[in-house]
Design a protein around this ligand. Structure first.
Ligand SMILES: CC(C)(COP(=O)(O)OP(=O)(O)OC[C@H]1O[C@@H](n2cnc3c(N)ncnc32)[C@H](O)[C@@H]1OP(=O)(O)O)[C@@H](O)C(=O)NCCC(=O)NCCS
Length: 137
């Protein structure tokens, strides 16, 4: 597996994976899944056998989002590798901390990597979320 920042040529596969995971897999409306922030964000990819199987993005304000791993390859460390790339990019950009809107079912995943809840539970795209934060020091 290779995990790295995405290049422009990776983006069609990034958006296809997100469509599969969020729009098809979680019923997130397509017009919410794709937004104007994609063009402003740093994207990460995990590649196995030449295929993009994991992705996530870092927004200009230091928020991580759109973490997605293809369902057939979950539980193999791919999400963790994508998260690591995005945290390193946040450090490079000088952010002292990163935040994210965790789906409640994924709180345990982020907890493993040092994220701490910093909000109440709320609904976003019809899915329960809780904001989490990690200091990068
Ligand atoms: C959440 C997601 C990105 C995790 O990716 P993944 O590649 O399966 O995760 P990893 O294999 O890197 O997991 C790393 C560790 O976290 C654990 N973990 C993974 N998902 C978890 C969860 N939902 N709850 C608790 N622990 C979890 C793994 O067991 C593993 O622990 P280990 O190192 O002790 O074995 C993936 O499940 C996914 O794409 N889900 C659908 C989309 C989604 O909900 N995205 C999150 C939006 S906030």
């Amino acid at each position: 597996m290779i995990a790295r920042l995405a290049e422009a040529a990776d983006l069609p596969a990034v958006f296809a994976l997100r469509h599969e995971v969020f729009v098809i897999g979680q019923d997130v409306p397509e017009d919410l899944e794709r937004d104007d922030l994609d063009v402003l964000s740093d994207h990460a990819v995990a590649i196995v056998g030449g295929e993009v199987v994991g992705t996530g993005r870092l927004l200009p304000d230091g928020t991580i989002g759109r973490m997605a791993v293809a369902s057939s390859v979950r539980g193999q460390g791919i999400g963790a590798a994508v998260l690591g790339v995005l945290e390193e990019q946040a450090r490079q950009r000088g952010f002292p901390a990163v935040e994210l809107h965790a789906q409640v079912h994924a709180l345990g995943f982020y907890d493993r990597y040092g994220y701490v809840p910093c909000s109440e539970v709320y609904l976003e795209a019809g899915i329960e979320h809780q904001s989490m934060r990690k200091e990068l020091t």
